[in-house]
Structures are given as structure tokens and as C-alpha cells.
Design a protein around this ligand. Structure first.
Ligand code: SF4
Length: 281
């Protein structure tokens, strides 16, 4: 790839005006340009996306990428990382995609501490299919499929990830871009599974700008190595009530990563890929 070429591809962008996906794209572009200045070539990054509005980000970047299937971004990202552990694998997913369709994959990736970065575009609706509720929609949410409102409480995804063993758990907001950039950078640098839940504005079907602008705040991140402290911070907002809504890194702890990964690193890359393929042929 030509380092002088812009990181943004010529693919026509079809996100709605005001969509928070633009902010995530901007932050990612900034972070990769920073890494390039520090000597990490863009060839070292691979983007994986699932299905949904967010997933188009794989087309919008001039980077190696894999546009995967509903809920299956994490297995694809895991396979790429195992085949070539030197790559930085960044997995984009939406809340319906990741917290409903692919939830089992998310829990087990956190539990086994595979060294990938997961960035969830959490707009709290299925935007691409016009606003159905997802696991993080608030109690009472009225969407196209639930005009009477939903009678279930949302998943507190931060709490769930802490309980699953994730070593890096953070929350950002698409309208607080400096924080978003810093958290994405730290997540990519974290050696092990890293999860960033981004409160992303869906301008068309669930515009939470006023509420998030009023209730989000940046935590001091003073005890991020303390599990109990992270749990307490995660309980400040249940994804349903108004707030306060803490943003920042909740938990950061270096843990042993997927067994066998360091061994694979010593093997010839082609041999690694052939051996993985032969298991499934
Ligand atoms: Fe963004 Fe919502 Fe439009 Fe999808 S439907 S592109 S999430 S504003």
C-alpha cells in the first residue's frame, strides 16, 4: 500500500448526515496515521466488520479488511490473529451485530483473551433495518417492531465484559472525539483482548445527542487496575436510565493471552495458515 495514499477509500459513503459512524471513522484514521508516524506501517493493520451500518467502514478505509457476516466479526478476527500474530486486528461491530447475534463469540473472545481490539458502534438500535430494538435499547423503547415499547431491561455490556474476563474495557462517545481517539489508541496497544463500547449517535432512528451531551462525563481513571472499582463505575449507568454516564477506561489489566499464540509466532506464516485450513478442509 502506498503510504502517501489517503487512508479513506473512494467508495461512496452512504451513512446518513450526522451519523456517529463518521466520528469513529475519523478517530480511527487519526490513530492509524499516528501509528504510521511512529513507524508501524499501515499493512500491519487489518480491519474486520460485521453486518450493519457500521460495517461499511471496511469499505471506506484503504486498508486490508474483511467484511464478514452477521455476528461473526470476532471469529474472523480471531482467525486472522492466529494465522499472523504480528498483525494488529481491529474488529468493528454494531450493538445488534455484536451484543445479540454474536454475543457468544464476544464472551468467549474476552474469556480467552485473544489479542484483538473490538470497537462496538453502539447506537442502541438496528439502524440498517430501520430501528428495531437491540440488547442495549432502553426499557420502553418504541421501534418499528415494538410500537408499544419493549418490556425488558438492556444488558449492561460493561458489567458483562468485566464478568467475562476482558482485560481492557472502555466506553467512549462519538461526540467526544479527543477521548475517543485516546481510547482507541490505548485499546490497540493493549496486549490482549480490548473492548471499546462507543455510544454512537444514530441520527435517523435513535438520536440520543441531547441526553448523552448532558449526562456523559469523563472518569478520572484513577483505579483502572482494580476490578472492584471498575465494577462500581460500570454500575453508575444501566443503559436505560438517564445517567450519569461515565466514559473512559474502566478496567485495564494485562493477563495471559491465548495459549499457543507465542508458539505460533515462531512458525512459518504459510505453514500456520495451511495447518489451520487443513483442519477445516
Ligand atoms: Fe447512521 Fe443511523 Fe443512518 Fe445507520 S441509520 S447510517 S446508524 S444515522
Amino acid at each position: 500500500m502506498n503510504p502517501n495514499e489517503t487512508l479513506i477509500s473512494s467508495a461512496q459513503n452512504t451513512w446518513c448526515p450526522g451519523c456517529g459512524n463518521f466520528a469513529i471513522e475519523h478517530a480511527m484514521r487519526y490513530v492509524i496515521e499516528e501509528f504510521e508516524k511512529e513507524g508501524i506501517p499501515r499493512e500491519n493493520f487489518v480491519l474486520v466488520s460485521g453486518i450493519g451500518c457500521h460495517a461499511k467502514i471496511a469499505d471506506y478505509f484503504n486498508l486490508n479488511s474483511f467484511y464478514s457476516l452477521h455476528g461473526r466479526a470476532i471469529p474472523v478476527a480471531t482467525g486472522i490473529k492466529m494465522a499472523n500474530p504480528d498483525l494488529k486486528v481491529i474488529c468493528f461491530a454494531g450493538d445488534g451485530d455484536l451484543y445479540a447475534e454474536g454475543l457468544g463469540h464476544l464472551i468467549h473472545a474476552a474469556k480467552r483473551n485473544i489479542d484483538i481490539t473490538v470497537i462496538c458502534h453502539n447506537n442502541r438500535v438496528y439502524g440498517l433495518t430501520t430501528g428495531q430494538y437491540t440488547p442495549t435499547s432502553p426499557y420502553g423503547y418504541q421501534g418499528r417492531s415494538t410500537p408499544g415499547g419493549i418490556f425488558e431491561y438492556p444488558l449492561n455490556i460493561i458489567e458483562m465484559l468485566l464478568g467475562s474476563g476482558a482485560g481492557f474495557v472502555a466506553r467512549a462517545y462519538s461526540r467526544k472525539i479527543p477521548l475517543l481517539k485516546r481510547i482507541i489508541r490505548e485499546a490497540i496497544l493493549h496486549p490482549g483482548f480490548a473492548h471499546v463500547d462507543v455510544l454512537q449517535i444514530c441520527a435517523t432512528f435513535f438520536n440520543m445527542t441531547s441526553l448523552y451531551d448532558e449526562y456523559t462525563y469523563e472518569t478520572a481513571e484513577s483505579n483502572i487496575s482494580q476490578f472492584d472499582s471498575a465494577c462500581r463505575t460500570s454500575h453508575q449507568w444501566n443503559y436505560s436510565d438517564k445517567g450519569p454516564i461515565p466514559l473512559g477506561i474502566f478496567y485495564k489489566q494485562i493477563k495471559p493471552s491465548l495459549p499457543g499464540l507465542s508458539k505460533m509466532k515462531d512458525r512459518n506464516r504459510e505453514e500456520s495458515i495451511r495447518s489451520i485450513l487443513s483442519e477445516y478442509s
